[in-house]
Design a protein around this ligand. Structure first.
Ligand code: BES
Ligand code: MN
Ligand code: MN
Length: 460
């Protein structure tokens, strides 16, 4: 097993405090893409990334879009014949609310117990930044990189990457590459470097149920007028059957079974169901019958209510028959489900099951395709060697229940294989209060990526 090259390791060690200070500066910018009041902050984070890329030695352009900017940094000085690698990450973050549940403020990064607490620490600013610093280390120490590098940082990942696929299409020549590398996921366990073999897709919908023209007295009208909140509850209750399967006609038509060797490999991962349950705080687990928890999370589609709104929810009681009800409903998808087809099936299903006396409409908010890869070839061999050098052990192959919609677009538009190598950890509170990134994973991850450039540059 090779080790992290001494020169790169020395550089990163010498500059450890400065690198951490810089990361903390980035984490102080509240680049919440979902909130227009943070548009200036989000733009500021884009400029910050651009400045950081330039000072690492890359050429960099901030591309304006109809939404948040896309930052592209480039290094084209590798030896002739060297591969070109595209690094993707996102500088936008989820809203930090509820703020009162944070131990230290969301945008005041704080180091406690070896963890960097801040919104975006692990998702994804910390992981994007470690790539920039791995590049900087090469250029600072050796004046050159063994591979050409393109860094693509977007600011709309947390709101569905609306403008990214179009940008990749229209800049396909600029972004042409031999491999895509993404760190926006987690390791399976501390000390266990992980390469992702799958992501679920997503179809995110809103269901609106309209009843009477306005709220009504629930005594004067209740019993004769259909209640939209009850109607919506009925609609939602039809989504699953008693075995936890999704009861929408045609929903499973395109679901592919996982290859036996991948399921077999999954069973060798150190996973403790009770520990997983305890971490969630839920009194018990229950999912689709016939599948293990990891299979439920990684290999099976789901339907979840993400938000519900109707009627009176303030202090005390109010006897009202609400005029309307709304639910945000998202479906996680697995290969080869197509978000547009799922949306159509749900629309048909809702039309079929909606009670008379209300009108129900389904609106699509965003979607993304599922992804799965056979991890073979020089890119994955290089990743194995780099992770082994930095972490002192071979990586495991894992799956993921979350979604990064652009991964499928990269493959489709650029025709390049994608390597998903994340440095988060279970329990990192992504999207929740007290999000953190392990400082050790940040440090070792940075070295692993610095090694990866060397490994990818070696003639195979
Ligand atoms: N980094 C996550 C994706 C992810 C989640 C990777 C969990 C590994 C574990 C990404 O920022 C994210 O949150 N994606 C959204 C998708 C979206 C379209 C808003 C998700 O999965 O909900
Ligand atoms: Mn992310
Ligand atoms: Mn996220």
């Amino acid at each position: 097993m090779t080790a992290v090259p001494r020169d790169l390791d020395d550089f990163l060690r010498t500059h450890d405090a400065r690198i951490r200070d810089e990361l903390f500066d980035l984490l102080r910018i509240p680049s919440v893409s979902a909130r227009s009041e943070h548009d200036a902050d989000t733009a500021c984070a884009a400029e910050w990334i651009a400045t950081s890329l330039r000072s690492a030695g890359l050429g960099c352009v901030v591309h304006q879009t109809a939404g948040h900017p896309i930052v592209v940094g480039e290094y084209r000085g590798a030896p002739a014949g060297a591969p070109t690698v595209l690094v993707y990450g996102h500088y936008d973050v989820q809203p930090a609310e509820p703020l009162e549940l944070w131990t230290s403020p969301a945008f005041e990064p704080t180091l406690r117990d070896g963890r960097i607490y801040a919104r975006g620490s692990v998702d994804d600013k910390g992981q994007l930044f470690l790539h920039i610093k791995a590049i900087e280390a090469h250029l600072a120490v050796r004046g050159t990189l063994p591979v050409n590098v393109i860094v693509l940082a977007e600011g709309e990942e947390e709101v569905g990457s609306e403008h990214l696929a179009q940008f990749i299409e229209s800049h396909a020549d600029l972004l042409r590459c031999d491999a895509v590398v993404i760190s926006d996921s987690a390791m399976f366990a501390p000390g266990l470097p992980s390469v992702l073999s799958s992501l679920r897709g997503l179809a995110y919908l809103q269901i609106d149920v309209q009843g009477p023209a306005q709220d009504l007295h629930s005594g004067s009208y209740g019993g004769a007028v259909v209640n939209p909140a009850m109607a919506l509850a009925r609609i939602l209750a039809t989504m699953h059957d008693a075995d936890g399967r999704i009861a929408i006609a045609g929903f499973y038509d395109d679901v592919r079974d996982w290859p036996p060797h991948v399921r077999e490999q999954m069973r060798t991962l150190p996973f403790d169901v009770e520990h997983f349950r305890a971490e969630t705080g839920a009194p018990a687990l229950r999912g689709e019958s016939g599948y293990s928890v990891l299979e439920q999370l990684w290999t099976r589609p789901t339907c979840e209510v993400n938000g519900l709104l109707s009627g009176y929810t303030g202090e005390g009681a109010k006897t009202v028959l609400p005029a309307k009800a709304m639910a945000k409903v998202s479906f996680r998808l697995v290969p080869d489900q197509d978000p547009a087809r799922v949306e159509r099936l749900v629309r048909e299903h809702v039309a079929r099951v909606a009670p008379t006396g209300v009108s129900a409409t389904v609106t699509a908010l965003h979607g993304g395709r599922p992804w799965r890869a056979e991890l073979t070839g020089p890119l994955f061999d290089a990743a194995r060697r780099a992770l082994a050098a930095a972490f002192g052990r071979e990586p495991v192959i894992t799956g993921e229940g979350g979604s990064i919609p652009v991964v499928g677009d990269f493959e489709r538009i650029l025709g390049a294989p994608v390597l998903l190598v994340g440095f988060g950890l279970p329990g990192e509170n992504a999207h929740a209060p007290d999000e953190w990134m392990s400082l050790e994973n940040f440090t070792v991850g940075m070295r692993a990526i610095a090694c990866l450039w060397d490994e990818l540059g070696k003639k195979s």
